[in-house]
Write a protein that binds this ligand. Structure first.
Ligand code: NAD
Ligand SMILES: O=C(O)C(=O)C[C@@H](O)[C@H](O)[C@H](O)COP(=O)(O)O
Ligand code: ZN
Length: 375
């Protein structure tokens, strides 16, 4: 007899608590899971061209048809540039054209780009509709589908416009990852490693030993996804609106987001997870430079990210980067900036990250100048 266990992680937000279901075939049983929680609703599915071409949209539509859940669908171009005002407008228009009511739901079927965009639309149409996440990339299954951050990018920076809007349900169908490219799988792995580097040194050691099994699929992959969701759910339940230690989930993002902005959200050059990998390596090196952590730990982090094939230095970004002053100006737009002071997630070692307020801009600038010069 074969078993297909579904793992459940609950995000404990009181009356707004929701389940993250993780396992094979969840797209095909989406109807059952949705009906059980939101009976009688209709849905607008927002997806992208790659996800639809891989057959996941048809699978979801078939599941909804089987149980009579009415649905409309919007298929957007794939890639980071889709997190834009133009595509937000298109998404809002499609939801309204489908005449969905406030008590109906927007369903994000895709990676973090679709999740962030569709979630933002769900948060603002009719002042807030139900939202369901069906994440199809590794990154979305371990991170972006959980926690309610939604939004779009602007020329000034990443995710600068958005709202917190929690989903009612997350269905992480691990079979969807079979059609994901290796590059995108690797990029998602950066956010998995992040949880170890924040405060779970044993998890990081486990990843060092087991990453090949995670990439191969099977129980180690499901275990990594469930552990990541649990780690994120715990933080979100403690600090939903990032007034405190939720900021730790931003490890690697202060540098990473600046690089994504600097490359004009061009997914051919850099995708989010790659930016986070470089950002995490830089955060560890920067911490060592500020005498907060040992160089050995920075080297260990870099070695693991390199082993899985992730970029770790500014020189790994294809094409030209702007100068250090320009990169610093993007960092200065980061949402963690307070009263003009830069905030970074730094570390005292593997799994010992902390929030560093008032990091001198001059230190960051000198560090970036050295990095751009390959020092
Ligand atoms: N809201 C949050 O908490 C949060 C957390 C982390 C990242 N993010 C955001 O998420 C985005 C990155 O997400 P991402 O890495 O999933 O990028 P993405 O949504 O662009 O997906 C990556 C690529 O994989 C393709 N794809 C996705 N699933 C597929 C599948 N099953 N088969 C074939 N192709 C598939 C997509 O079409 C895309 O080309 C960034 O915008 C980032 O800012 C948000
Ligand atoms: O959920 C969070 O909190 C995170 O920081 C998770 C990050 O991986 C994610 O990329 C998030 O969108 C970044 O948040 P932002 O507030 O810097 O936009
Ligand atoms: Zn991220």
């Amino acid at each position: 007899m074969t078993t297909n266990p579904i793992r459940t992680v609950t995000v404990g937000l009181g009356t707004r608590a929701y389940d993250i279901l993780i396992g094979n075939g969840l797209i095909d049983r989406a109807c059952t899971e949705i009906q059980a929680r939101l009976p009688g609703i209709r849905v607008a599915i927002i997806t992208d061209e790659n996800v639809a071409a891989a057959g996941h949209l048809a699978r979801l539509q078939a599941s909804l048809d089987a149980s009579g859940i009415g649905h409309a669908a919007l298929t957007l171009p794939a890639g980071e540039k889709t997190k834009s005002f133009d595509h937000l407008q298109q998404t809002v228009g499609a939801i309204l054209d489908a005449r969905l009511e406030r008590g109906d739901a927007v369903v994000a079927l895709g990676g973090g780009v679709i999740g962030d965009l569709a979630g933002f639309a769900a948060g603002i149409v009719r002042r807030g509709m139900h939202f369901i996440q069906i994440p199809t990339s590794l990154l979305a299954q371990v991170d972006s589908s959980v926690g309610g951050k939604t939004g779009i990018n602007t020329a000034q920076g990443k995710n600068l416009v958005g709202v917190f809007h929690q989903p009612r349900l997350v269905l992480a169908d691990t079979s969807a990852l079979d059609t994901l490219s290796e590059r995108e799988f690797r990029a998602g792995y950066a956010e998995v490693a992040k949880y170890g580097l924040i405060d779970k040194p044993d998890f990081f050691s486990w990843l060092e030993a087991n990453w090949r099994d995670i990439f191969a699929g099977g129980p180690a992959r499901t275990q990594a996804i469930a552990a990541s969701c649990q780690a994120k759910a715990d933080v979100v339940a403690r600090d939903e609106f990032e007034t405190g230690d939720r900021a730790l989930l931003n490890l690697g993002h202060t540098f990473g987001h600046a690089l994504e902005t600097a490359t004009n959200y061009d997914s051919a050059r850099l995708v989010h997870g790659e930016g986070v990998a470089i950002g995490m390596a830089l955060a560890h090196r920067f911490s060592a430079r500020l005498n907060q952590a040992s160089t050995d730990d920075a080297t260990r982090v870099e070695a693991h990210l390199k082993a899985v094939g992730l970029p770790t230095t500014l020189a790994d970004v294809p094409g030209c980067l702007p100068d250090a002053e320009k990169l610093l100006s993007y960092i200065a737009q980061d949402k963690k900036v307070s009263r003009g002071a830069l905030t970074f997630i730094l570390t005292r070692g593997i799994g010992q990250s902390f929030i560093a307020k008032d990091v001198p801009a001059s230190e960051v600038l000198a560090f970036l100048q050295d990095g751009l010069a390959g020092r």
